[in-house]
Design a protein around this ligand. Structure first.
Ligand code: NAD
Ligand code: MG
Length: 386
């Protein structure tokens, strides 16, 4: 029987790539549910094409518009986070692809874990905010978490060659983003356009800004800690601008296993869907002779302060990661709206963490409260200076 898939966030960059992959995989996979927040035009097109059982419009202001655009349809239309939870945990669903941006996807991802689904997870923020809770819930309910983030998919693939207990180091590669090699002064006045001009990956705006601050890599260190159950001291970052090696694992015998391919998110999405099998893909073949050389450098943690803070926060744990993530999400919104400068993003994160009293052994409510507090703190700072 075909595997039935719910895509949470089907209208985004990962979501649209996931639909491409599912289409290519053919009759063994079918779309069960789709969700979108603002772009209901695209969601309506997707529903007309893939005819899912359910469609979720998470932004309540957009449901009316969506229904009008869709017209006559057999698809059940749901709204809000309850709709998303239903799409993620329905009995008939086999695989849930987490492709929402930010912590907004947390409740539905937790519901999928509780329902014992296979979770193909690109949405890294829930793992950063509630990694312990999410991985524990998955373990208790027999849900399998498979990474879609390219670095974590690479680590997961490398781990087919050895056990987690045999890991010496995980080396997460990073493209370095648009400000690779820039000085603190050059970054001071970076514009929105410059920050959105990613050299290798075509992604949603939030993660593109995260790549420019290198917050993305900081989030990925925490994501790796939870996905692979390794201490952060064993996770290193290496800048690799060509984005061919997607990450590496060094085992205790000194062997380093790297996963390489042309940069294309369809590959890690497909691997998560077909795992443990590999099937033919659309991937452009890798021609190393045409590349000539692959280069590497250590990141400058003084220029990219998010990295330094990320390691500290990963060790602190508790509500610190929730504040780290929420302050970043809120600050990016302000930056994209033109209300703060690029450098203020990391400054605001630092400010929130300094002011926050960390609660360890945090429950979901504590994490959500910390998230809310940090968002208000960012707004409060702007009102004061504004
Ligand atoms: P995107 O902005 O292109 O898409 C985001 C999706 O989330 C859209 O479908 C949108 O409708 C939905 N969404 C936005 N706000 C929402 C809300 N409040 N409630 C419910 N749904 C909401 O983002 P993306 O680039 O596809 O990234 C999605 C996730 O995958 C992020 O967590 C990102 O870090 C991660 N990721 C993306 C890439 C990539 O190549 N794009 C690579 C690795 C990891
Ligand atoms: Mg990544």
């Amino acid at each position: 029987m075909a595997k039935r898939i719910s895509i949470l966030g089907s209208t985004g960059s990962i979501g649209t790539n996931a639909l491409r992959v599912i289409e290519r995989l053919g009759a063994d996979y079918e779309v069960f549910a789709l969700s979108g927040h603002n772009n209901v035009e695209l969601l309506a097109e997707q529903v007309a094409k893939y005819r899912p059982k359910m469609a979720v419009v998470t932004n309540p202001d957009k449901i009316g518009n969506f229904k009008e655009l869709l017209g006559e349809s057999k698809t059940e239309i749901l709204g809000g986070s309850e709709g998303l939870i239903k799409a993620a945990s329905q009995k008939d669903v086999d695989i849930v692809i987490g492709a929402i941006v930010g912590v907004a996807g947390l409740a539905a991802i937790l519901a999928a874990a509780k329902a014992g689904k296979v979770l193909a997870i690109a949405n890294k923020e829930p793992l950063v905010v509630a990694g312990e809770l999410l991985t524990e819930t998955a373990r208790e309910n027999g849900a399998q978490i498979l990474p879609v983030d390219s670095e974590h998919s690479a680590v997961f693939q490398a781990l087919q060659a050895g056990a987690v207990s045999e890991i010496n180091r995980i080396i997460l590669t990073a493209s370095g983003g648009p400000f690779r090699g820039a000085s603190i002064e050059e970054i001071q006045n970076a514009t929105i356009e410059q920050a959105l001009a990613h050299p290798t990956w075509n992604m949603g705006k939030k993660i593109t800004i995260d790549s420019a601050t290198m917050m993305n890599k900081a989030l990925e260190v925490i994501e790796a800690k939870w996905l692979f159950d390794v201490p952060v001291d064993k996770i290193e970052i290496l800048i690799h601008p060509e984005s061919i090696i997607h990450s590496m694992v060094e085992f205790i015998d000194g062997s380093v296993i790297a996963q390489m391919s042309e940069p294309d998110m369809c590959l890690p999405i497909q691997y998560a869907l077909t795992y443990p099998k590999r099937v033919k893909g659309r991937q452009k073949p890798l021609r190393l002779e045409q590349m000539g050389s692959l280069t590497f450098e250590k990141p400058d943690m003084d220029v990219f302060g998010a990295l330094k803070i990320g390691y500290q926060v990963a060790k602190t744990g508790g509500t610190a990661t929730a504040v780290f993530n929420a302050a970043n999400e809120a600050a990016i919104e302000e930056f994209l709206a033109g209300r703060i400068k690029f450098v203020n993003i990391v400054e605001l994160i630092e400010h929130c963490l300094e002011k926050h009293t960390v609660k360890t052994e945090a429950k979901l409510d504590d994490l959500l409260l910390a998230d809310d507090w940090a968002r208000n703190e960012v707004k409060g700072c702007l009102n004061k200076t504004g």
